[in-house]
Each structure stands twice: as C-alpha cells, then as structure tokens.
Design a protein around this ligand. Sequence first.
Ligand code: GLU
Length: 468
Amino acid sequence: MNIRTRFAPSPTGLLHIGGARTALFNYLFAKHYGGEFLLRIEDTDKARSTQEAVQVILNGLEWLGLNHDGQTVYQSQREARHVEVALQLLAEGKAYKCYCSPAELQAMREQAVAEKRAPRYDGRWRDRDPAEAPAGVKPAIRLKAPREGEVTLQDLVQGEVRVKNAEMDDMIILRSDGTPTYLHAVVVDDHDMAITHVIRGDDHLTNTFRQIQIYDAMGWEKPAFAHIPLIHGADGAKLSKRHGAVSILEFREQGFLPEALCNYLLRLGWGHGDEEFLSRDKQVELFTLDGVGRAASRMDYAKLTHLNGMWLRQADDARLAAEVTQRLVAEGQVVSTEAAARLEVLMPGLKERAKTLNDLTASAAFLARTVPLPFEPKALALLSDDAKAMLARLLPVLEATDFSAAQLDAALRGFAEAEERKLGQVAQPVRAALTGSTMSPGIDATLAALGREEVVVRLQAAIEGRIQ
Ligand code: GLU
C-alpha cells in the first residue's frame, strides 16, 4: 500500500505547537513507510480564514523542514465536488432534504437542554414526504445515518472506540445556502486525495464517528485513524498563551532551531528508549505509531531550551553566523564583512555557552560593534586605573605577537608571569576592554578572532576611557 498522510490545518490563526506536532507525526509516518505527506488548507470558513494565516502555515512548515509532496490542496476550491457527493447521497436515498426552520431547530435545542439531553436533531424530515415542504424554504441536506448498531473504530493510538449510532443525529452535509459542511468536505477530500492514514489531534475523535457514517454511506474505503493526545501546559491545562510561546513563529523569534523544536515535539508524546537527541533521518527511521502514548503530554519549556542548546552546539558554524548576523542587523547593528567573518571564526566558542540563537546573538554582538563599546557595569568595574596601566603595558606585547590562539596564549602567560599576576587577573580586564562584558569565549580565541588591528583599537579606547 502506498501510504499517504496529510496535514489539514484551518487557516484561522497561527500555526501552533500542537498543529506542528501533528504535521511532524504525519510527515514522519509517511516517510517511514516510503509514502507521501500531503498538505490541505481547510479554508472553507470564509469569514475566519485569511491569506495571511495561510502564509504563516506555509512559512512555518517550511521552517520546520516539513515539506509536503504534490500541490497544496485548498479545500475552498473543491466545493463543487463536495456538493456533487452530497447530491449523489441524496439521489441514492442516503441523504434527505430537511426543511426545518431556524426557529424549529432552536426549539429542539431548548427542549433538549430542558430535558438535560445533548441537543440533537430529531429526524423529523427523514421520512416525511418532500411534497409537504413549505413553500420558498431552501432545504439543508442531511445524511440518513443508521439508527441501529454502532460505529467501531480501531484507532491506531486510542485502541478500539465505539459509539452507538443512536447517539448521533442526522448531520447536515449541505447547508440550506448550498455550502458543504466541514465534516463532509473533509471526508470527500480525504477520499479523493487517497489518504490512507488520518493522524490528528484527539479533539477530532467525535468528528471521526460522524465522518465514518459518510464513508459508509458512500461505500468508500475508510482510512486508518490515529488520534494523538493534545499538548498541555506544565499545569495540565490546555496549552495557551499564558504558558509561554504557542505559535511556531514565536519559537523562531525566541531563537529556537527548527530541528530542536521538531526533536522536542517528537519526544513529547512519542517514546523511543532513552535516546533524546534524534536527527531527522533517525526520526524517520524509528517513527511508528506504536510509540505514541494515550495521555496528554505537557509542554516543558526548560527541557526544550536545554535540547535547543544541544542542537546549537551541533549546528554548522557558518549557518549560525548567518543567523546571528541577520538578528544583529534586525536590531539595527551594522555588521561589516570583517565582523561577519569574525563571528564565524569565534562561533565554536560562542555556541558552547548559548541555549538559543538570541543568547548567541547577545554574546556575539561585541564582534560587530565599533569603539566606543557599551560596557556592562561589571565590566566597567574591572577597568581600574591599575588595570588600565596594565593594559597599556600589554599593548606593545600584543602588537609584537603573532595572532594565532597558541601564540597569544603563550604571550598572555608570559606577560602575567612578568607582572606577577594570575592569568585571570590579566585576562579579565582584557576581556572587558575587548567585549564590554565579563563573559566571552577563551581570551586567546577572542583576541585571535578580533585580529591585531581591532584589538589595538579596543585596548586603546579602554585605556583612554573612551567607552559608552
Ligand atoms: N482542519 C482541522 C484543524 O485544523 C483538522 C482536520 C483534520 O485533520 O481532519 O483542526
């Protein structure tokens, strides 16, 4: 069987973390079995769908590296086909016209509430002669759903789930204004797209039982279903803004790497031994639905941040330098070609300390700046008169040193010895003078990355007190 999955977001808001995980699971499942992963934008709710939201979804998926196969399907463009299927069901007597007025439906609802029942359409037009139709009223089309028996679902995550047909009413598939309903459109699309596995959030489980009724009425083969648990906040409540970032683009802005986010989302609710750090290839190799748990998972931002740090350390230096440059430029910083090159040279040391791209950007900013540098108070405190005098003595030593990390290290050690100071007593004021802060990669690497000319300029500025 050629496995085909799909991600079917409604473009009514952001691409949130739960949606991203659903997309990831669909992607990995398809790729694991050598199948295809399709994308369908469910934009039938015209009032709430926006082009902007579609773009956010497309950008988010691209950023996460979840590229889909084939053309993007837009549900709104398939309306004629949805109508066609509804009319076929009508013609075959598997659906019927319902002429209930809004007032009648409202009365039915009120009665149900009064009797403490779930509101349900009572099927009054199911067997009624259409000749009795009130004049001038446009009917809705309802599925003539079975009333006996039950729908049994062998869910690939939830196990066997059953619902009695008697608990479901005859759902509308085509509204009186001629537009298809969402539940109906999804079935028609999944069938036409030859979807073999529907993997989606377990908030869709009740929809599935209704959708199965449509498949059965059409005599269509049903896809397999897998309803995955939702992601909750650390407190167990449904994940929302107050827990932290929820939109994929927000995670991006906060400096998370897409591979770290995917790795985290996969491990959230899918178990595979203790292996925490999994490349995309490894994920594809290992992913099956067997590892997906039934319990809701809890978003742990600290864990994600930790994992992001691990991914940062593995990431390519040139790529990180480009990311950091982009962020510095966005902050209004001019990044010269030399500064961009320095960034890349120093990246191995910088990324050791960072957990996010934003940390990395903050710690790398000194490389792009020009004198006078802004100073953190702690760094300023290191520039005592004694330290400045020491830097003045160090300057000619450095001017005469070959600017390789090894030579610089030897020169600093020799200088410290001659000054009868510990290496740190030399290195800290030098670091402050070069970076305006008290933290940086190793001092020899920092000096080497800046280069002789820039080091001299910065030391001189510090010695003369030209600082911001
Ligand atoms: N459009 C639905 C949503 O965004 C998903 C429907 C489905 O996967 O069947 O929640």
